[in-house]
Write a protein that binds this ligand. Structure first.
Ligand code: SAH
Ligand code: DHB
Ligand code: MG
Length: 232
């Protein structure tokens, strides 16, 4: 990442108030995972709590039984997805870093969702190609949140693993405005993750099987955004 995502202090305070008001009474387990990941030295790039619950509600609204996540980190967002599922549901989450996967596994156990979440360790592209070759059951919701330079490849493969109605969410698509900054997009001196983000949005806007939009978001992590698409 080449760009600071510094939040305005009032964005931090508002996120705290929203999470206190809407989440605190019921969400001790996700809260403790969030704090545990920070204390354990994982990069502080989990989705923020109110966004985690937003993803959980989105999965409920979609009636999702099978969720695919690309980028597990410490299992924070995958725990939120697991909470949206019926007892026979499944979250399959892909993570390249074995240590992060281990922390995530512990967190899934702590939250009582370990039976609902399968972590696949390795480069996400390899796992996705293997799923496609095996002909796995399609996923109802996909959350793309790993190495942003591969975003477009992840979305193309997600469409192969989807059905009409599958929801695809892509995190971190605004990057403090880097999305439209010519310096960040420069092929030589720019940032591959920003170029990957731009590429995935262009794909979402032109793919014949996708209807998409994106929202800018400010949060305790700064200025960023999420894209959402539905498969035709
Ligand atoms: N979704 C998580 C945050 C994910 S952070 C949450 O909100 O809780 C991005 C993660 O993607 C990191 O853990 C990083 O190790 C992982 N990652 C990066 N490149 C990857 C790759 N090629 N394949 C799989 N995972 C990758
Ligand atoms: C980064 C990655 C994320 O998934 C995120 O939500 C914020 C930052 C990063 O790689 O810097
Ligand atoms: Mg993210």
């Amino acid at each position: 990442m080449t760009r600071a995502f510094h939040p305005d202090p009032s964005w931090v305070a508002v996120d705290e108030w929203l999470s206190q008001t809407l989440l605190s009474a019921t969400e001790e387990d996700t809260d403790s995972i969030y704090r545990r990941n920070k204390a354990g030295g994982l990069p502080p790039i989990d989705v923020v709590p109110n966004a985690g619950k937003f993803l959980c509600l989105l999965a409920k609204i979609a009636g999702a039984r099978r969720v695919l996540e690309i980028g597990t980190l410490g299992g924070y967002s995958s725990t939120w997805f697991a909470k949206a599922l019926p007892p026979d549901g499944k979250v399959v989450t892909l993570e390249i870093n074995p240590h992060y996967a281990e922390v995530a596994r512990e967190n899934h156990v702590l939250a009582g969702v370990a039976d609902l979440v399968e972590i696949v360790v390795g480069p996400a592209m390899d796992s996705l190609l293997a799923f496609k070759a095996e002909g796995v059951q399609p996923f109802d919701l996909v959350f793309v949140d790993a190495d942003k330079r591969n975003n477009a490849n992840y979305v193309r493969l997600s469409v192969d693993l989807a059905h009409p109605g599958t929801v695809i969410v892509v995190d971190n698509v605004v990057r403090a405005g880097a999305l439209i900054d010519p310096n960040a997009l420069d092929p030589e001196h720019g940032d591959a993750d920003t170029r990957g983000t731009r590429e995935v949005l262009e794909l979402l806007g032109s793919h014949p099987k996708l209807e998409a939009t994106a929202l800018q978001l400010v949060s305790s992590k700064g200025w960023d955004g999420m894209a959402i698409a539905v498969v035709r």
